[in-house]
Design a protein around this ligand. Sequence first.
Ligand SMILES: Nc1ncnc2c1ncn2[C@@H]1O[C@H](COP(=O)(O)OP(=O)(O)OP(=O)(O)O)[C@@H](O)[C@H]1O
Length: 219
Amino acid sequence: MLKTQDLGYWYQTANEPLFQNVNLTFDVGKSYAILGHSGTGKTTFLSLIAGLDKPKTGEILLEDRSLKQIGLTNYRRHDVAIVFQAYNLFTYMSPLDNLLTAMAITNAKHAGDKAYARQILKDLGIADDQLTRNVQHLSGGQQQRVAIARTMACDAQLVVADEPTGNLDEDNTRAVIAQFQKIAHEQHKCVIIVTHEPDVAAQCDHQFRLENKRFKQLA
Ligand SMILES: Nc1ncnc2c1ncn2[C@@H]1O[C@H](COP(=O)(O)OP(=O)(O)OP(=O)(O)O)[C@@H](O)[C@H]1O
């Protein structure tokens, strides 16, 4: 579904590339973890496949069309959903309005369907009385579940997450990873997670380690 072809990237301020000649394939129905020491370039890689930045060399292809052809704005709106460590919800809205707004912005199949959005949030353990209260009243774990619910309510086939469990305790981490597995296996999406935590990575279907400018497949 998603392929990188001879992908390379460096920041102008650095005198060497972060990674080069990266050729990876990611499929729908699978989850992938990207591990690696701090500063190796995991977030940078994720920002390229999320269409937030452009590669310096090589290409990223979604179903054989390059992101250049698709257009980054178009790609970000329709093809990719992003989950951040810091949740990045609309903080002045309720969980329900967060989902409905994202569905409207991305012109999702279920846009405007309140019952659908409610059900997703309820399935993720957001209680009835929390659905319409400001998200800032929720705990970190609950806010991250709302961020995940948002990716489930939208149609993007690719879900990328940068340290999604970085702020969570063990129980919430387990719940969040189980949910990502459901998104991959039941919604048939492709999930790519950057994480420092080997335990989190071990629960994904495949693992890569970014080391010495290369991605090594571990499993
Ligand atoms: N905008 C930027 N301009 C210049 N250098 C940057 C920029 N963003 C990141 N870097 C540098 O590029 C390298 C890779 O950063 P990146 O955030 O991708 O690493 P990471 O593997 O995700 O790290 P961590 O696990 O600590 O989040 C680091 O050395 C970082 O300092």
